[in-house]
Design a protein around this ligand. Structure first.
Ligand code: TPP
Ligand code: MG
Length: 636
């Protein structure tokens, strides 16, 4: 290169550096304004404006409507509020952080609105109270809907706030129009218990308190209140007259006493009563109440697992539902989502209907299911006629039912019940033995069997105050882990909307963090891939949870559906992997987790290596952080 050329290059580099500096200046402009507004030099922008300082005139709203909204939200006692940020609730967001001090509620950053709602779903089940969610109207709500539907079907209260701007004269051109809607809740109204679009701050206060109350009254469901942008951003004009109504929670409704007495009579007279519970126990008290009833009757309890209703170690806990129903003369359903399915099955793919229960069985149904439902989504299941339908919350109705049962007990009945209890004890022991034998199948196999994965994990966590965040995915823990407490098994997504497990479990872990419980979850691979950013939320907010990847490298349930169809159509079953597997390339979940800042190990396909890895992961979780172990397993 000649001297001349070198000079040119230097000049070029200088020009480039000048250009780069100018660009950096432009990029830096926004933070500079933000700093001025945030109050450099110890003064707030408002104080500076008042003092006449600063070159720029900054209009300051000392008390925006969103501050009052925070006052309202604070009365609801929400510990946390999940969000994915959106300008439709920017004032509320800022007020929560600065005016509200980011405490009660504390904001939890999520990378997808579906994850934000699913976290609130899991949290609610573990904490026994709702959590808040702030959602960007329109596009944010569109992302959130499936998770809202899951919570709806699972009867879980969530208190959601969506931002939206209704007044067209205030909307900024472009994005803000695309992100505005006449009626934000419309997209989710089929699976909301209640929603409102308040038009004043007093209206907001009343609707937020009303929404909370409605959400936590059985049947518990999600609710949504829209926070209008202008209400958030405009100053509070009539602050002195604004009031927040007191939150009065309803006592859960009990079934009619006369009807419960009649049910008690049927149950005491029955030779083979069967109790089926699904979302019966809302609290730990629900479990002990059901134990009392079952023991008073020495009746078998089939726990469908929507919630943890009955200890699986109790001799009256039974799993052979079809056998029991064959001989049942009185069946008691407690908050059972699908009564029809307790008596009938429809074979797949032949669709052949089989009624497997005793046709003469008398059926008592205690549930809030008929009290509140919507028409469009079909989660109400097929109609099933019952003989005594009692509208009432099952957990709240149990004490009266048990009291009536006890009043009717005679020595004769007690003797008969004791004999029944002995038989059920034997049946319980047999089914446990059978479950152990089942679990032993393929014990040494690689990839790892799901039962081996579950039992190796149990061996490591058994002395921890463990909680299985999602308990409807694997058989082995349900059958073999001693599940004795309400919080230990929290059911599933509700509507089987895949994508719940990862964020739902994290919501459970967030609730458990301050409740002295150790959270574990078996994380299906397909499920994690809907919203893997959940791992970042876990790391960022230091939420202790052990994710055990249940990595079968497939949407395996769907593989099985295609296999079934190929069989039905008499065609090549081996092509069922097309469109249903998550392989080639193999997803390295440990690396994925590490990229998000989560301690991780794996993939592990040798079962003998599991225990040591789980032990290391448990240490990480006990130190207050999330951990993930990727287990390559087989089965669904
Ligand atoms: C949102 C949603 N999309 C699709 C489905 C259909 N579906 C049911 S099971 C399943 C497979 C899920 O895969 P994974 O989470 O890995 O569980 P696996 O079946 O492998 O046990 C899918 C896609 C669904 N239930 N929900
Ligand atoms: Mg899978």
């Amino acid at each position: 290169m000649s001297e001349e050329e070198k000079k040119d290059t230097r000049v070029d580099r200088r020009t480039f550096l000048k250009g780069a500096a100018a660009t950096a200046g432009i990029a830096g402009a926004a933070p500079a304004i933000t700093l001025a507004q945030a109050g450099e030099g110890g003064k707030t922008a408002g104080e500076k404006a008042k003092a006449g300082e600063g070159a720029r005139h900054v209009e300051v709203i000392e008390r925006p409507g969103s501050d009052f909204m925070v006052d309202v939200i604070k009365t609801l006692g929400l510990e946390y509020m999940t969000l994915n940020p959106g300008s439709s609730f920017r004032a509320l967001h800022e007020s929560l952080v600065n005016y509200g001090g980011n405490k009660a509620p504390e904001l939890i950053t999520c990378m997808h609105e579906e994850a934000a709602v699913a976290m609130a779903h899991g949290y609610s089940k573990a904490a026994g109270k709702p959590m808040g969610v702030a959602i960007h109207g329109t596009v944010g709500l569109q992302h959130a809907t499936m998770a809202i539907y899951n919570a709806w079907v699972d009867r879980v209260p969530i208190v959601m706030f969506a931002g939206n701007g209704l007044d067209i004269t205030k909307r900024r051109p472009g994005t803000e129009w695309n992100h505005s809607v006449q009626d934000p809740a419309l997209i989710a109204r089929d699976f909301l218990k209640w929603d409102d679009y308040p038009m004043s701050l007093t209206h907001f206060a009343e609707s937020a308190v009303r929404a909370y109350k409605i959400a936590v009254t059985p049947p518990m469901e999600p609710v949504l209140v829209t926070a209008d942008i202008d209400l958030q951003e405009e100053p509070v004009h009539d602050g002195a007259r604004l009031a927040i109504p007191k939150l009065a929670q309803s006592v859960p409704p009990q079934g009619d006493r006369g009807a419960l007495a009649e049910a008690a009579k049927w149950l005491v007279e029955a030779s083979n009563p069967v109790i089926i519970a699904d979302r019966c126990a809302r609290t730990p008290a629900g479990v002990s109440r059901l134990v009392e009833l079952a023991e008073a009757l020495q009746a078998p309890v089939v726990d469908l697992g929507g919630r943890m209703n009955f200890p699986n170690t109790h001799p009256l806990h039974q799993t052979a539902k079809r056998n029991l129903m064959k001989d049942a003369d009185v069946v008691l359903l407690l908050e059972v989502a699908d009564p029809f399915g307790q008596f009938n099955s429809i074979a797949d793919p032949t669709k052949k209907l089989t009624h497997f229960a005793n046709k003469d069985a008398r059926v008592v149904n205690i549930s809030m299911q008929d009290v509140f439902l919507h028409s469009n989504y079909q989660d109400f299941q097929r109609y099933w006629p019952v003989d005594l339908s009692i509208n009432g919350d099952a957990e709240a109705s149990l004490p009266t039912l048990t009291e009536e049962v006890r009043r009717l007990l005679t020595d004769d009945r007690r003797r008969a019940f004791a004999q029944r209890g002995e038989k059920l004890k034997d049946a319980h022991a047999r089914s446990r033995k059978h479950a152990l034998e089942e679990a032993a199948v393929g014990w040494e196999g690689s990839p790892v069997s799901t039962a081996r994965m579950a039992m190796e994990l149990y061996g490591v966590i058994k002395d921890e105050p463990w909680c299985l965040a999602v308990s409807d995915r694997l058989d082995a823990p349900r059958k073999l882990w001693p599940i004795t407490q309400h919080h230990q098994a929290l059911g599933g997504a509700g509507a089987q909307g895949v994508g719940y497990c990862a964020p739902g479990s994290l919501g459970v872990a967030l609730a458990n963090k301050t409740r002295g419980r150790f959270t574990v979850t078996f994380q299906p691979d397909g499920d994690l891939n809907y919203s893997p950013g959940v791992l970042w939320t876990a790391a960022h907010h230091r939420i202790p949870i052990l994710y055990v990847m249940f990595n079968n490298r497939a949407y395996l349930h769907e593989t099985m559906h295609i296999q079934r169809m190929a069989g039905l159509h008499g065609r090549d079953v081996s092509r069922a992997n097309i469109g249903t597997t998550i392989d080639n390339p193999f997803v390295d979940y440990a690396k994925l987790a590490q990229a998000y800042g989560v301690w991780a190990e794996g993939p592990i396909d040798d079962p003998s290596r599991l225990a040591a890895s789980f032990r290391r992961a448990v240490d990480v979780v006990k130190s207050g952080h999330p951990a993930l172990v990727d287990v390559v397993c087989q089965g669904a």
